[in-house]
Design a protein around this ligand. Structure first.
Ligand code: FAD
Ligand code: 2MC
Length: 390
């Protein structure tokens, strides 16, 4: 499905450096889609809190709805490094919309049976239906294994009670991958369920008003004696936390990739601005502060991209330390790229603070990447535990 002209950049922040010809091709298709379908509308979607369902479906025609899902159910069958390259390119056009595609993918990511795959995945990879990933609760954010939503088996159904907080796509999605407790306290007592919109006892909270990520809705997901057929249990009872964590390793790479795209686009915007804007009778680009700032931003983008791509490769290779690699890459890339967006805004002066300019959207959208998919403090926890393990 992927075909387009390869785009040639000539710049020290060229994101195609080191990629294979196939990956460069995927990248140029994604960047063209971002330039044509996302970028012209990003600010309007942000201002109006518009969820661009039609554009997402158009992207699914190119394979974006199931990038690393197998081809038998409509996926593109790509690897995690390929996917990272695509998410980075898409994010240059709209971080928030790209990040939703990643979360949809996490909701689609299933260790389910062949029957479950064939039943649910074709309509998710085509984005005819949308998916959400539901781990966080009001009382269990960083301490995800402390979740208290319960699932009790009664005949042919599990009955779920509890609520999930901050669910991306919540209310609009058709399918909810929900972690709930079937056993005792801690991670081993958690199971994973596929809950469909319309199931009795499933409802949603109000749409949250957010600093960024405005092109996708966020709502609480509420279960009150919600009846879920036993065939919608994903994997076996007790495997839910492991399924959730494995999904998050890839999610953390994807979110880091979205930060790379925000940083790339912010640097591109800053470079353009400082060449044109004059103060003290010369372009801002003439000042050494501007030059050194841009050099530092490019260096930070490069180190972030290398870490994200290395971790994505570790994920492709199923490396035993993959959780720590993904955590360290997410920590570094999301912190550094947020700073790059902030520096780009600073180089724009007062104009950067105006919503007419895109840099403030990249800044607001990428701020939350330091919080969700595990806060950057939790990333330090994951990395240090791996370092100190016996
Ligand atoms: P808390 O856990 O209360 O943390 C508050 C602060 O305390 C943080 O700085 C944290 O790092 C720190 N802290 C906590 N414990 C420790 C510790 N032991 N040591 C040091 N510091 C600590 N979740 C989903 O399941 N699905 C989604 O689709 C989803 N989408 C989201 C979309 C948005 C826009 C947002 C904002 C959140 C989303 N989340 C989602 C939830 C997100 O994953 C959580 O917000 C995040 O994991 C942090 O949990 P918390 O908000 O409860 O913060
Ligand atoms: N990959 C694979 N396995 C993992 C893992 C990972 N990233 N993280 C933990 N595990 C395993 C761990 O190895 C252990 O397995 P075993 O018992 O076989 O040894 C099991 O899970 C339990 O782990 P811990 O003993 O470390 O459990 P603890 O409760 O102490 O800490 C912690 C777990 C803090 C790492 C986990 O709760 C966490 O990641 N919290 C952050 C939650 C989070 O990321 N939420 C994001 C929600 S989604 C979102 O924000 C979106 C926008 C979609």
């Amino acid at each position: 499905a992927f075909s387009s002209q390869i785009r040639h950049f000539s710049s020290p922040i060229d994101p195609s450096v080191g990629l294979t010809d196939d990956q460069k091709e995927l990248q140029s298709v994604a960047r063209a889609f971002a330039d044509n379908e996302f970028a012209p509308f990003m600010q309007e979607w942000d201002a109006k809190q518009h969820f661009p369902v039609d554009v997402l479906r158009k992207g699914a025609e190119l394979g974006f709805g199931g990038l690393y899902t197998r081809e038998d159910v409509g996926g593109a069958g790509l690897g995690r490094l390929d996917t990272s390259v695509i998410f980075e390119a898409l994010s240059t056009g709209c971080v928030s919309t790209t990040a939703y595609i990643s979360i949809h993918k996490m909701g689609t990511y299933t260790y389910g049976s062949e029957d479950q795959r064939q039943k649910h995945l074709p309509s998710l990879t085509s984005m005819e239906k949308f998916a959400s990933y539901c781990l966080t609760e009001p009382g269990a954010g960083s301490d995800a294994a402390g979740l208290s939503t319960t699932a009790v088996k009664k005949g042919s159904h599990y009955v779920l009670n509890g609520s999930k907080a901050f669910i991306s796509g919540g209310g609009d999605s058709d399918v909810y991958l929900i972690m709930a407790r079937t056993g005792g306290a801690g991670p081993k007592g958690i199971s994973c369920f596929l809950v469909e919109k319309g199931f009795k006892g499933l409802s949603f909270g109000k749409k949250e008003d957010k600093l960024g990520w405005n092109s996708q809705p966020t709502r609480a997901v509420i279960m009150e004696d919600c009846e879920v057929p036993v065939e919608n249990l994903i994997g076996a009872e007790g495997q839910g936390f492991s399924i959730a964590m494995k999904g998050l390793n890839g999610g953390r790479i994807n979110i880091g990739s979205c930060s790379l795209g925000a940083a790339q686009a912010s640097i591109e915007a800053a470079v353009e601005h400082v060449k044109v804007r004059k103060q003290f009778n010369q372009p801002l680009a003439n000042f050494q502060n501007t030059q050194f700032k841009l050099a530092d931003m490019a260096t930070a983008l490069m180190s972030s991209r290398l870490m994200i791509r290395q971790a994505a490769t570790m994920l492709d290779q199923n490396h035993p330390d993959v959780a720590a690699f993904c955590a360290m890459a997410k920590l570094h890339a999301t912190d550094e790229c947020f700073k790059i967006c902030d520096d780009a805004l600073q180089l724009h002066g007062g104009y950067g603070y105006l919503k007419d300019y895109k840099v403030n959207v990249y800044l607001r959208d990428s701020r939350v990447h330091r919080i969700l998919e595990g806060t950057n403090e939790v990333m330090r926890m994951v990395a240090s535990r791996a370092l100190l393990a016996d």
